[in-house]
Each structure stands twice: as C-alpha cells, then as structure tokens.
Design a protein around this ligand. Structure first.
Ligand SMILES: [Cu+2]
Length: 148
C-alpha cells in the first residue's frame, strides 16, 4: 500500500530538481486548495488564497511571483481604529507538520499590476519562494468573486 504522505512529499520536491540546489533538511511544503478571485475589467490588482502545508520541518514563505502580475506580495487584513487595512507581511512561518492558511478576511496573496483581468474558469501560475524548500509553482484556478 502506498503511503500517501510520502507520495505528496515526493511530488512537492519534484520542482526543486530542476536546477535548484539547497542544503539542509528535505523540503516538504505543499500548496493546497489554491485559488484566485476573478477581477472586474480594468482592475489593477487581485487576490489569491492557499493553504501552505508542511509535511516535515518548519519552513518560511519569503516571497512570491507570477507572470500574471508585476508584483506579488503577501498581505494581511488588519483592522485599525475600525478601518480595515492591508499590511505587507514580509515572511510567513509554516509550522513543522502544520499549515498556514491564506483565506478571505485574513492573509492573502496580493497580485499587483495585473497583466490582464483574472477571468473565472481560467488559471494563473504563482511561484512561492520558501526559505528551505525553494521555489514551488502552483497552478491556481480563478473562481467567481463570490466563491469562498
Ligand atoms: Cu492585499
């Protein structure tokens, strides 16, 4: 019988074999349930969400990029004096054997300077950079704005 956790870990490692050298523990981060929200025509920015899960040691998200946007940042919604604002989060910890969830109302991937509208039913690629696991690219489906 195949050990599912081992299989997932192996799949997560595969992109690193393409020219990425690293030292230290085996990377074991996977990106699950990723999706972006469709944007109205002319929108300059959009948001994406995902669960970052470690099947091994702790890791840290230190950056992201996408061909669909000029700049990609991790943001957090914070309420200050009753006003909801977005704060840039330079690094995001993923606990050993645990997960960090980016979801509406909290942490999100901010796509700034969109090269075009995010259209429901299409997808975009987002590359996440981790301190230990290196770069992992996820294909992110685009859902209707109301989709949670
Ligand atoms: Cu934001």
């Amino acid at each position: 019988m195949i050990d599912r956790r081992r299989l997932i870990a192996a799949l997560a490692v595969t992109p690193l074999l393409a020219g990425h050298a690293f030292a230290g523990p085996e990377p074991a981060v996977e990106i699950v349930d990723a999706y972006a929200r469709a944007t109205p025509p002319g929108a300059m920015s959009g948001a994406a969400y995902a669960t970052l899960r470690s099947t091994g040691p702790a890791d840290r998200l230190i950056g992201a990029s996408s061909p669909a946007a000029a700049q990609v940042m991790i943001h957090e919604n914070v309420e200050t004096d009753g006003v909801m604002q977005m704060r840039h989060v330079p690094a995001l910890d993923i606990p050993a054997g645990g997960e960090t969830v980016l979801a509406p109302g909290g942490l999100h991937v901010m796509l700034m300077g969109l090269t075009g509208p995010l259209t429901e039913g299409e997808s975009l690629e987002i590359t996440f950079s981790f301190e230990t696991s290196g770069e992992i690219t996820a294909t992110v489906p685009i859902r209707a704005f109301a989709a949670e």
